[in-house]
Design a protein around this ligand. Structure first.
Ligand SMILES: [Zn+2]
Length: 158
């Protein structure tokens, strides 16, 4: 089953990035008028994530978040929607929500793109956003995120 899709309003940008980390298609509606956010939630069948009570009330697909902190927001989303994964998937670009695909460096020198050379030399997986070109790979950043997500899941277990 495909993970749920979201449209996140301006106030929950950090949460939007975390949802992309785990592979959820998440539009970050920064600076959008309320009507446009509501239209996309409805027409595109996305769950609206917001901390705005009045906005949430106007949508049948809203999940109202009452916490400011990312940990509590994350736990609230997973409690409401257990089909949201808690494992990193290299599927959605955290920068732009574009699709991420495996990337094989071409003849050019990938060092110019900031890829650690050892990864290329050792044939380790790289990923690239189709839309913005941002590159991804397993590293200390992903290890840290995994630990964080695992901790939040453990803290949410009864
Ligand atoms: Zn991107």
């Amino acid at each position: 089953m495909a993970p749920p899709r979201f449209v996140a309003d301006e106030m929950v940008g950090r949460l939007a990035r975390y949802l992309r980390f785990v592979g959820c298609d998440t539009i970050y509606a920064r600076g959008w008028p309320d009507d446009e956010i509501l239209r996309v939630a409805r027409d595109d069948q996305r769950i609206l994530l917001t901390r705005d009570r009045a906005l949430a009330r106007r949508s049948e697909h809203a999940l109202l978040l009452t916490s400011v902190g990312i940990a509590d927001q994350w736990k609230a989303v997973r409690a409401a929607l257990p089909s949201v994964p808690d494992e990193i998937a290299f599927v959605r670009c955290t920068e732009c929500n574009g699709e991420i695909v495996p990337y094989v460096p071409g003849a050019h020198d990938p060092r110019h793109e900031g890829v650690p050379w050892e990864r290329v030399a050792n044939g380790l997986p790289l990923y690239r956003c189709r839309a913005c070109g941002h590159l991804y790979w397993e590293g200390s950043h992903t290890a840290h995120l995994r630990t964080q997500l695992a901790r939040w899941t453990a803290e949410s277990s009864p």
